[in-house]
Design a protein around this ligand. Structure first.
Ligand SMILES: Cc1cc2nc3c(=O)[nH]c(=O)nc-3n(C[C@H](O)[C@H](O)[C@H](O)COP(=O)(O)OP(=O)(O)OC[C@H]3O[C@@H](n4cnc5c(N)ncnc54)[C@H](O)[C@@H]3O)c2cc1C
Length: 365
């Protein structure tokens, strides 16, 4: 296919879209206003599951399940071609003292997911570091986390090795070039960059950019803060989640604890209050963390969207413009299916899953 595609935003969504597109189109250019992959896709925790999967619509579930199955092979392929291992770490996940445990179990039964109620003593046996006082647990085996900073590094390296892909960092897009109802490129600081198709995957900034076309895309920045500890590699054998806060174990003993949900515009300054609150949650979940230093604390901006249902597909009335954005709290888990679906739609291939729920048509103001 003879096409030049410009992708706006090099987070996990833009980079993986480029990776999938490169096999089918002549040229792919990814522009990021900063460095590739250094925004939300770096800041996230990398749980390869929505935090409470039963609370989401079938639309989010469909993307999540396809992606969960695909993650191990994606990571293997990237590791083999770049030498950077995204470390898909399968630990399982325990939810403790959930209010809607019955809903979770019903959902799992309907969806055929391996989520079951476990005796709390079994949870304490499996995770000896768990704090006292929990009464109920449900467990899903097979849930993984991906080391997202390495995932984006590895995607960037894989793309740098492809002759028909160019990555432009520190290249801010300020709008779109249009001619007769068709988007023909993007506007950069250095002039216009022409394209047959443009994919908008600018995360939390996507709404701002679409506004330049007079379209209202309800994607807003939702700040999330995380803290990081370093423990022995066997300290936390499973991910755990209670009262909305979770601990994620990396293979080398790093433990991430998150996260806050804050509406602060584009401010992503880490705050002392969040640090204290996250540290208190960490110690409640895993009391030995009281003795561990917090080795890092950061914030990122999630691309918040109504119900967390992303926008994937063509923008009506602006031929040549495509959206892949608004993945909110689940952009890492939803990335493989979302990016495959967008590429299928753009190249006219048979879509990997039903595209209807994600179509921008009828969802833009
Ligand atoms: C604290 C926290 C925890 C999270 N935990 C998880 C989790 O456990 N599991 C999960 O699945 N998801 C998680 N997420 C959500 C996930 O990180 C996001 O949904 C995902 O990274 C969004 O990817 P993206 O590529 O759309 O956005 P981003 O990674 O933000 O990328 C967008 C890119 O667009 C660029 N850009 C913006 N405007 C312009 C412009 N005008 N011109 C050029 N470039 C531009 C930006 O520089 C940026 O690099 C978490 C997020 C946070 C903040």
């Amino acid at each position: 296919m003879s096409k030049r595609v410009v992708i706006v935003g090099g987070g996990v969504i833009g980079l993986l879209t480029a990776y999938n597109l490169a096999a089918s189109v002549e040229q792919v250019v990814v522009c990021d206003q900063g460095e590739m992959g250094r925004e939300s896709s770096w800041a996230g925790g990398g749980i390869v599951s929505p935090l409470y999967p039963w609370r989401y619509s079938a639309a989010v579930t469909a993307l999540a399940h396809w992606s969960q199955d695909f993650y191990p092979q994606l990571a293997e392929r990237l590791f083999a071609s770049t030498g950077i291992d995204p470390q898909v770490h399968v630990t399982g996940l325990y939810w403790l003292d959930l209010d809607d445990q019955a809903d979770a179990l019903d959902w799992a039964k309907r969806q055929g997911r391996p989520l079951s109620e476990v005796d709390i003593r079994a949870a304490y046996q499996a995770v000896p570091a768990l704090g006292p006082g929990y009464a109920r647990a449900i467990h899903m085996g097979g849930v993984a986390n991906v080391r997202n900073p390495r995932l984006v590094k590895s995607l960037k390296a894989a793309l740098q090795a492809l002759p028909n892909v160019s990555l432009r960092e520190h290249c801010q897009i300020s709008g779109f070039a249009e001619s007769q109802g068709r988007v023909t490129g993007v506007l950069t600081d250095e002039g216009q960059l022409n394209a047959d198709d443009v994919v908008l995957s600018a995360g939390a900034w996507s709404g701002e950019l679409l506004r330049t076309l007079g379209l209202a895309l309800p994607v807003v920045p939702v700040k999330g803060q995380m803290i990081l500890f370093k423990c022995e590699p066997d300290f936390l054998p499973s991910m755990v989640l209670a009262k909305g806060r979770y601990a994620i174990a990396r293979r080398d003993g790093h433990i991430l604890v998150g996260s806050t949900l804050e509406h602060q515009g584009y401010d992503k300054t880490p705050t002392g209050a969040a640090l204290e609150s996250l540290r208190a949650s960490a110690i409640e979940l895993l009391p030995q963390l009281a003795q561990a230093p917090v080795v890092a604390h950061w914030a990122g901006l999630r691309p918040g969207s109504p119900e967390g249902v992303p926008y994937i597909g063509a923008v009506p009335g602006h031929a040549g413009l495509w959206l892949n954005c608004g993945h909110y709290r689940n952009g890492l888990v939803l990335a493989p299916a979302s990016c495959q679906l967008l590429v299928d739609l753009l190249t006219g291939a048979s879509p990997v899953i039903d595209p209807t729920p994600y179509a921008p048509e009828g969802r833009l103001g």
